[in-house]
Design a protein around this ligand. Structure first.
Ligand code: ARG
Ligand code: GLU
Length: 672
């Protein structure tokens, strides 16, 4: 056993040396990529990126709110992340009197910084391979327990890499006193909103600023007025020198999910069944919500965040399907598999076993996805669950929040559409729900009956309703078994279902032994990774070259006071009018301007939002926040000629903090 394990580590080391621009690499193994990085302009060492013996760049990267990345930019624990990553926290702190989403927020000093209940950041202490410990019989739970006993506020996780060929322990320090320091108004932080989402050229100032607080000994602690700013082991130095086509860039963050090694069957599932079904279901929901929003400004506001959420993946999946088709990913995978079979006849059974495993699980996984996209899209059932909360204060607050952004007529329309879709598409066992459909003459009639008879539709009627006896409770009970069934398939993606993954383990190992020229990185799984590439424009369409950098002129060109998402703040208009750019004005593209966003070839995915984008000296040049529409298939196949991540230029961040926020003290704190 031990020998095969060592052999796998060796395999990883050799494949790591293959030349590639794609890939999301484990920081602790980055030494095997340093040669390639240096050949592309990188000036630092592997130890500068990740070290357990001295402070390194990894000490300045944080997992923000469990799904985004952030970076520490001062010796007082100041962090930068995206506006869309801080959105929930900013919204929760906002009220009619203090609307920080619309107006922005700028603390004038530490005492004005606002504590964000529930917001956590994690900083990696170290990562280490534990494959052998697990092989020797230690359980994940034991390993985690031992690791968490090592220090105050330690949280540990064991994650598998290469479909279970390796296991890694990640030890984090978890900080839960995090405070809001600054946020631009939405018309900067979310400029262009859904229209511009996934689009280049882009002009969004998608950043927000927070601070980590710690106790007197600099340890993680619950919120206390006595806590003080956290002193990090390392923070990022900022470079305002600017970027140009071809410059080396590196990104350090927490990418969430890629599927680089899936077989043709899974590609087919994604491109022909999963994505198209989900797109269609979300189109229906977006149409329903959009129509209601067009009729009432109140509904527009209530459903704005929900709509944005639904639209984000909806737009991404469309780009993904187009990308997969354009690249011919399915056919390429089939050819690759044929070649593998031919050259490894003794291992061809692995592909057969994988095929059989997909066949066993695809239907279940489809039903799990369907459950998420249909039944979970019906909101009113949630109130039944909220009402079960024991703590009265918490319950009241949650229920009030629920109704604040809810319209029963919209939800009725959603329920009709989603129950009809579920009736037509689901193959999972759902006796209770099917009985309700049958009893009322089909899904549509049932949905109408449900909303005609429930008393939970408004906060007022909810208050006097008998919740247990309400038809909505009956509905909620009917979907419990469907939820339980869905849970069996709830994995990062189809290929991570254990019954499939156990075949991926030997398959990926066999690929690595066979395909010596390919650079095998472990698929993203929300663990810390490094990706590198360069600043680069690209050919968007025939004859249409997209430059790698946008400027303030583009913001002004989109300015439209009539449209909420393009209504540029007056301070910015004034600054443009007078060319009053202070320290942040530059000459580029033959004009005096302010740089706004740029693109690069870094391999990124969801979770990389907020990630530090660094130059060849490891200095911060921008904050990552998106990919282009032509890139979104990079979760499955990365195409260097087209795939670009979108970054908010650090100079635009500084310009906004200074000119719009008037918060010069924050800039000073960043050492500028
Ligand atoms: N597309 C980016 C990401 O995947 C930004 C999403 C937030 N913006 C929005 N308009 N929904 O998360
Ligand atoms: N906006 C994404 C996020 O929230 C990053 C964009 C992408 O998917 O690459 O993580």
């Amino acid at each position: 056993m031990k020998r095969t394990l060592l052999l796998f580590a060796l395999l990883v080391a050799t494949t790591f040396s293959a030349v590639a621009d794609k890939g999301m690499w484990l920081p602790s193994l980055i030494s095997s990529r340093i040669k390639d990085m240096k050949s592309k302009g990188f000036k630092l060492s592997a130890e500068d990126i990740y070290s357990i013996n001295k402070a390194s760049l990894k000490d300045a990267v944080v997992l923000f709110d469990g799904g985004c990345t952030g970076e520490i930019v001062s010796e007082k624990g100041l962090i930068l992340t995206n506006h869309h990553c801080g959105y929930d926290a900013i919204q929760a702190l906002s009220s009619v009197e203090h609307d920080y989403l619309t107006d922005g927020f700028w603390a004038k000093n530490h005492s004005e910084e606002l504590y964000c209940p529930g917001l956590k950041v994690h900083i990696l202490v170290r990562m280490e391979e534990v494959t052998e410990r697990i092989a020797a019989g230690e359980t994940k739970e034991d390993i985690i327990k031992k690791a968490e006993a090592e220090g105050r506020g330690y949280k540990a996780k064991v994650e598998s890499m290469y479909y279970g060929n390796m296991a890694y322990l990640f030890i984090y320090r978890e900080f839960n006193d995090v405070r809001l320091v600054g946020a631009p108004p939405t018309t900067i932080g979310k400029f262009g909103a859904d229209n511009d989402n996934w689009i280049w050229p882009r002009h969004t100032g998608d950043f927000s600023i927070f601070r980590i607080y710690a106790d007197q000994e600099n340890n993680p602690a619950e919120y206390s007025a006595n806590n003080k700013p956290y002193t990090p082991a390392r923070h990022f130095k900022i470079s305002t020198a600017g970027i140009k086509e071809g410059d080396f860039t590196m990104i350090y963050g927490f990418p969430g999910n890629t599927q680089e090694y899936i077989t043709s069957d899974a590609v087919k599932y994604i491109a022909e069944l999963s994505d198209p079904t989900k797109i269609d279901l979300r189109t229906q929901r977006l149409d329903i919500i959009g129509a209601a929003q067009a009729k009432s400004p109140e509904t527009r506001i209530k459903y704005a965040a929900k709509q944005a959420n639904i639209a984000n993946a909806w737009k991404k999946w469309q780009g993904e399907v187009k990308g997969i088709n354009r690249l011919g990913t399915y056919d390429k995978k089939v050819a690759y598999e044929d070649k593998f079979r031919k050259e490894n006849p003794d291992k061809a059974y692995l592909l057969d076993s994988l095929k059989a495993a997909y066949e066993r699980n695809m239907d279940g996984y489809f039903n799990y996805e369907l459950f998420n996209e249909t039944l979970c899209g019906i909101e009113l059932q949630q109130v039944v669950l909220l009402a079960m909360e024991k703590d009265a204060a918490k319950r009241e607050a949650a229920i009030e929040r629920f109704y604040k952004d809810f319209d029963v007529n919209v939800d009725r329309q959603l329920a009709i559409a989603m129950l009809k879709a579920y009736e037509a598409l689901a193959t999972a066992d759902a006796p209770a729900l099917k009985a309700l459909f049958a009893q009322h003459g089909g899904a549509e009639n049932y949905a109408n009956w449900l909303y005609d008879n429930t008393k939970l539709g408004t906060y007022e009627s909810f208050k006097s309703a008998e919740i247990e006896a309400d038809p909505m409770s009956e509905f909620a009970r009917a979907i419990v078994p469907i939820q339980a069934y869905a849970k069996k398939y709830k994995y990062r993606n189809l290929s991570n279902i254990p019954d499939i993954e156990r075949w991926f383990r030997p398959y990926v190992k066999a690929l690595m032994e066979w395909d010596k020229k390919r650079a095998f990185f472990p698929d993203a799984n929300l663990t810390l990774r490094v990706a590198y590439g360069k600043v680069a424009g690209y050919e968007y369409a025939d004859g249409e070259w997209h430059l790698p950098q946008t400027t303030i002129e583009g913001i002004i060109a989109k300015d439209n006071p009539e449209i909420y998402d393009y209504n540029v703040p007056q301070q910015l208009r004034d600054a443009y009018e007078k060319k009053a750019y202070g320290r942040w004005g530059v000459n580029m593209y033959g004009k005096y301007t302010v740089p706004v966003c740029f693109i690069a070839t870094n391999h990124t995915t969801g979770g990389n939002s907020g990630s530090p984008v660094l130059n060849n000296k490891g200095e911060l040049i921008g904050v990552n926040f998106d990919r282009t529409w032509l890139s979104t298939m990079s979760d499955i196949e990365f195409d260097e000629t087209l795939c670009r991540n979108i970054i908010c230029d650090i100079r635009y961040v500084l310009f906004v903090v200074d000119v719009v926020g008037g918060a010069g003290w924050i800039i000073e704190e960043m050492g500028l």
